[in-house]
Write a protein that binds this ligand. Structure first.
Ligand SMILES: Cc1cc2nc3c(=O)[nH]c(=O)nc-3n(C[C@H](O)[C@H](O)[C@H](O)COP(=O)(O)OP(=O)(O)OC[C@H]3O[C@@H](n4cnc5c(N)ncnc54)[C@H](O)[C@@H]3O)c2cc1C
Length: 347
């Protein structure tokens, strides 16, 4: 019987496993996918995420990111930029991040299983998890880090049954082109956004976010600045999709079961804060378990998650893309407030 079973070996699951091991607990990770895992992601590590990884014993490489710039199109194009007041973010291929976390987990002797969670039961002393490989894993605590479609949240009765009003989807590809900027770029198109991250000396990640069926190339072509930058640049990875989001949960703990990362709720990709927030949640979950007070996790989860959820909801909740881009353009007219909000998101 492990002290902790982590369901899902994505970045947040592996960070939680490493946190638990560093706190002296025995850990098992259940992740059905074999090898290094890729996922549609803008591949930004915000400045606040970098020291979190360093604390786990990981020194992430990557392209330095010094701020974020928003671009609006239409008849009156505009651009606003915020440079980070301190520290730098990193543009880092998702597969590189996953390989680094896996290597560190292996170094610490973390046990890995290959089953997919299918059932769970708990009593006052332990949780029993059942996987599709027929394994029965007993643990004192279980942390569900199994992403947007979390089986843990569903089985623990923590999924919000109400569908969101507006669902968004994403598609990501990489282009072989020399990065033209050292900031994260967010371009507003007619009904979708594109975010651009330099992730190598000749590689950029372009993620398109929009409604169901969002057209990837048509969105890029509808944004003149981006179309010009990518003209003739070969796409070197397949399109990878994600969604729908937002995803909500009704609470983050049920007895000995806790949720972290996207499994605990996710608003949108536009603010690039998923990993930083997920790493903070992973730490808070392990701290609460270490104290033997899982109920305290809910308060900590709210503390590390809510401000960003509110800002991100504000940025994506306002009507269509035109309204949303108008909101950013207006906010940028009050540079001190805009700067303070951007800083809050990145730390
Ligand atoms: C287009 C896009 C761009 C984004 N850009 C950024 C960005 O630039 N920066 C940033 O910080 N964040 C970004 N995000 C958010 C970020 O990708 C997520 O917040 C992050 O991946 C969450 O990690 P996770 O480990 O919680 O979930 P995941 O990465 O989804 O991992 C979940 C794992 O659980 C496993 N799993 C699923 N079901 C089960 C089961 N039943 N049993 C066991 N295992 C299971 C899966 O195989 C998977 O490996 C972006 C998201 C999208 C969609």
């Amino acid at each position: 019987m492990s002290d902790v079973l982590i369901v899902g070996g994505g970045p947040v699951g592996l960070a939680a496993a490493i946190e638990a091991r560093l706190a002296g607990m025995s850990v098992t990770v259940a992740e059905p996918r074999i090898g290094t895992i890729d996922k549609a992601c803008g591949e930004v590590l915000l400045p606040g995420a970098v020291p979190m990884l360093q604390r786990l014993g990981i020194e992430p490489p990557g392209m330095p990111l010094r701020g974020v710039a928003f671009f609006g199109g239409g008849e009156d194009p505009w651009r606003v930029e915020h440079r980070f007041s301190s520290g730098v973010g990193l543009g880092l291929r998702r597969v590189v991040l996953h390989a680094l976390l896996t290597e560190r987990a292996e170094e610490l002797g973390i046990v890995r299983g290959y089953g997919r969670l299918q059932g769970l039961n708990q009593d006052a002393h332990a949780v029993t998890a059942l996987t599709d490989l027929g394994e029965t894993i007993r643990c004192k605590w279980l942390i569900g880090c199994d992403g947007l479609r979390s089986a843990t949240a569903r089985l623990a009765g923590l999924s919000d049954p109400h569908p969101p009003r507006h669902e968004r989807f994403a598609v990501r590809r990489h282009f072989a082109v020399e990065p033209w900027s050292d900031v994260i770029e967010v371009h507003y198109g007619s009904d979708a956004e594109a975010s651009v991250t330099p992730v190598g000396h000749d590689l950029v990640d372009v993620s398109v976010l929009g409604p169901r069926g969002v057209a990837y190339r048509a969105t890029i072509n509808s944004i003149p600045e981006l179309e010009r930058r990518l003209r003739g640049a070969p796409a070197v990875t397949e399109a990878r999709g994600a969604g729908p989001f937002p995803r909500r949960t009704t609470a983050r703990t049920s007895g000995r079961v806790l949720l972290a990362g996207d499994a605990s709720g996710y608003v949108d990709a536009i603010t690039s804060e998923g990993l930083r927030t997920g790493f903070a949640q992973a730490k808070a979950a392990i701290d609460a378990i270490r104290r033997g007070r899982p109920a305290e996790y809910e308060r900590e989860w709210q503390r590390v998650t809510r401000p960003y959820n509110l800002i991100t909801s504000g940025l994506v909740g306002a009507g269509g893309t035109a309204l949303r881009s108008g909101l950013v353009a207006t906010a940028a007219k009050a540079p001190r407030v805009f700067g303070a909000v951007m800083e809050r998101l990145t730390r």
